[in-house]
Write a protein that binds this ligand. Structure first.
Ligand SMILES: NC(=O)c1ccc[n+]([C@@H]2O[C@H](COP(=O)([O-])OP(=O)(O)OC[C@H]3O[C@@H](n4cnc5c(N)ncnc54)[C@H](O)[C@@H]3O)[C@@H](O)[C@H]2O)c1
Length: 452
């Protein structure tokens, strides 16, 4: 399931050929490996406006052992990251400072480099001019993301005045190789109690995580990454997938729990399991819930039978609603600081021919997450959605050649993502340090041109 074209474009002869023909040159992306440094070179931090977060950014970099250069012109080498604190601006005139800082810095960005911009929320602005300048940063960042080559990404964090403490965790994620396929995204932070002293390599140690649809594909990858980050995983899938489920659970030292999430007693059985079992010496309850189980039953709307419509809604949406409600209602099961991450899809944002049922269910997930976010915040918990774009799986390997090639190239990174890219984003949202990310939809799509 490799990317033959990317490998060709990065080989000696292939690189020349691709260059001569003016074809896209997808990069080999920097992905996280345990023990990898946050960045593989120096970073530079600039401001455009009062810059209230500059010190926070510098501290995050220095704590991770990254060299922070005092300015762009100080040496001729490549930059691994360019960070712009654009908070505290008053109007469009401040945008000139953003341009003046970014242009020379981005020119020096190395392979799989990171551009990260922090901005104030347009909704909190004092004047239309200030709101305009803040909103302008979104257009700027999304365009920079489209211009970057060589595996570079650009993303924007929107930070309200009281949410400074929420900044470090998301900054580390966006700079790291964990966010390899997250590009052109805008994430809005909120004020939250962020626990101090997270273990960078095992941030989920001592936690219990439920992952549905964990027997294969993206779900198996989520289970592996969440376990790698320290959690005990309760891997859930239908009885028919029992053997594969047991394999995944054994591999990661987790627990296999056979459950059809659409069964009438599914919520009751899951709650009972989490109450009764003491996983890995941890008390009863759950810290992380990943609603990943999902199905497609594609047909054009005019040919759609009720069975296809109903089954997709039941697995992809109703089960997420019912299980989450049951966990909220069951006293003491959802632990303080709980994280719920719901798998949506690019189809739910852009729509997709032949997928009215699937796209409706996945858009529904986004509505659910946004509506539940305030109630989760009240309990010191979060609920977010992750929307994968074109992810290379056994399913996409079976697509006709042309469809697969086009589907995987129409994004700024010119390649499909891997299940691990979705898994890393979910594992990040599950961390204690992601406390200030709530009610968000993070696309893992390489800045897909669909529904952008
Ligand atoms: N593959 C992609 O490109 C892509 C893109 C966008 C979104 N997604 C979403 O990511 C998630 C995982 O997708 P995948 O490609 O790994 O799919 P997959 O079909 O390979 O795996 C889905 C898993 O969910 C399980 N499942 C299905 N119904 C279930 C039920 N009722 N109860 C319990 N488990 C059930 C299946 O047995 C399977 O193991 C899905 O929600 C999918 O909609 C995938």
């Amino acid at each position: 399931m490799g990317d033959w074209y990317r490998d060709l474009a990065n080989s000696g002869v292939g690189s020349t050929l691709v260059g001569q023909l003016g074809l896209p040159r997808p990069a080999v992306l920097r992905r996280y490996e345990p023990g990898a440094p946050l960045l593989t070179g120096p970073a530079v931090v600039g401001t455009a406006g009062a810059g209230r977060l500059r010190e926070t950014l510098t501290r995050v970099l220095e704590d991770a052992g990254v060299t922070v250069l005092p300015g762009v012109d100080d040496d001729g080498g490549r930059l691994a990251a360019v960070l712009l604190d654009a908070t505290g601006g008053t109007g469009p005139a401040d945008l000139a400072a953003a341009y003046e800082f970014l242009a020379p810095a981005v020119r020096r960005l190395g392979p799989s480099g990171r551009v990260l911009v922090l901005a104030d929320p347009p909704s909190d602005a004092d004047s239309p001019a200030q709101a305009a300048a803040r909103q302008a940063l979104e257009g700027l960042v999304r365009s920079v993301a489209k211009e970057l080559r060589n595996g570079g990404t650009a993303n924007l964090l929107v930070v309200p005045a009281d949410a400074g403490a929420s900044v470090p965790g998301p900054v580390r994620f966006f700079l790291s190789g964990r966010s390899a396929y997250v590009d052109g995204q805008v994430v809005r932070l909120t004020a939250a109690d962020v626990p101090a002293g997270e273990d960078a390599e095992r941030p989920l140690a001592g936690k219990v995580a439920v992952v549905t649809g964990a027997a294969r594909g993206i779900g198996a990858s989520i289970a592996r990454v969440v376990a790698r980050d320290g959690a005990h995983v309760v891997a859930v899938d239908v009885p028919a997938a029992g053997d594969k489920l047991a394999e995944v659970a054994n591999e990661i030292g987790g627990t296999a729990f056979q459950l059809d999430v659409t069964a009438p007693d599914a919520a009751q059985r899951l709650v009972a399991h989490l109450r009764e079992r003491r996983h890995a010496g941890v008390g009863p309850g759950v810290d992380v819930v990943v609603h990943n189980a999902g199905i497609t039953r594609d047909k054009l709307l005019v040919n759609m039978d009720a069975a296809r419509w109903n089954s997709v809604m039941a697995v992809n949406l109703q089960a997420q609603l019912d299980l989450t409600q049951a966990l909220l209602d069951a006293d003491g099961v959802l632990r303080p600081g709980a994280r719920v991450v719901c798998v949506s899809s690019q189809s739910g944002i852009a729509g997709n021919r032949g997928q009215t049922n699937y796209a409706a269910s996945k858009a529904g997930v986004i509505g659910m997450v946004r509506a539940w976010a305030p109630a989760f915040a009240e309990r010191g918990a979060t609920i977010n959605a992750v929307a994968p774009g074109f992810i290379v799986t056994e399913m996409t390997a079976k697509m006709p050649f042309g469809t697969r090639e086009i589907g995987s190239r129409i994004n700024s990174l010119q390649q499909g993502g891997l299940p691990v890219d979705v898994a890393e984003t979910i594992a990040w949202l599950s961390r204690p340090s992601a406390a200030g990310v709530n009610g968000q939809v993070v696309r893992v799509c390489g800045q897909s041109f669909l529904g952008a």
